[in-house]
Design a protein around this ligand. Structure first.
Ligand SMILES: CC(C)(COP(=O)(O)OP(=O)(O)OC[C@H]1O[C@@H](n2cnc3c(N)ncnc32)[C@H](O)[C@@H]1OP(=O)(O)O)[C@@H](O)C(=O)NCCC(=O)NCCS
Length: 164
């Protein structure tokens, strides 16, 4: 398999992200952009979020092709904790891309950002995402009831974490 890379997101990634995120197979991803313009606005804010150490968002690249996104959101109360979130183009699912991207983001989070704890929070029925967390050796810590707002309902989440 071609090596997976991550790089900071660019405003020019907007159209592809929209295409990936609005695909009907994308059930569990909470943040669905409404237009290319809205997605561009989100991407423009990335620089400021990095500067303020709030969020570090990357594009996932394979063979020069944009195939997904991954981000580290820093807890603003406990700034040594981060949450990793990710998505991959449906046409590339099941090839280990999310797993590879999590490993890269994790390395950045622990060694560059010096975070001490990384969390992955998945919708309770999002088995693929839970598999990714398990394959990357995140420990399942439990069920967080009503944690995720999904399609207007508060649903349970599975919390995974890794500490350094
Ligand atoms: C979750 C997601 C990122 C996984 O991406 P991916 O590149 O396919 O992930 P990987 O290939 O690294 O690993 C997925 C694993 O789940 C498995 N899997 C997928 N669907 C499954 C299912 N319904 N039941 C059991 N296992 C399943 C795959 O077989 C694979 O495991 P394997 O390597 O042991 O075969 C992708 O499905 C996605 O983008 N979903 C929508 C967004 C999302 O849910 N993001 C996560 C928010 S926490």
């Amino acid at each position: 398999m071609t090596a997976v890379q991550i790089r900071p997101q660019r405003v020019s990634d907007a159209r592809k992200f929209l295409e990936i995120l609005l695909h009907p197979k994308f059930i569990y991803f909470p943040a669905k952009p409404k237009s290319v313009e809205q997605e561009k606005e989100f991407l423009r804010l990335n620089a400021e979020k990095r500067r303020k150490r709030v969020e570090f968002n990357f594009s996932v690249i394979m063979g020069g092709r944009l195939v997904g996104g991954i981000g580290i959101k820093v807890d603003q109360q406990r700034r040594y904790i981060g949450e990793i979130g990710y998505f991959i183009d449906h046409s590339c699912w099941g090839k280990g891309l999310a797993t590879a991207a999590v490993r890269l983001a994790e390395r950045y989070a622990f060694s560059q950002l010096k975070l001490k704890r990384l969390e992955i929070v998945t919708h309770i029925r999002n088995i693929a995402s839970q598999k990714v967390a398990e394959k990357c050796r995140y420990r399942k810590e439990g069920i967080q009831r009503g944690k995720i707002l999904h399609n207007g309902k508060y649903v349970d989440a599975v919390l995974f974490a890794k500490t350094r």
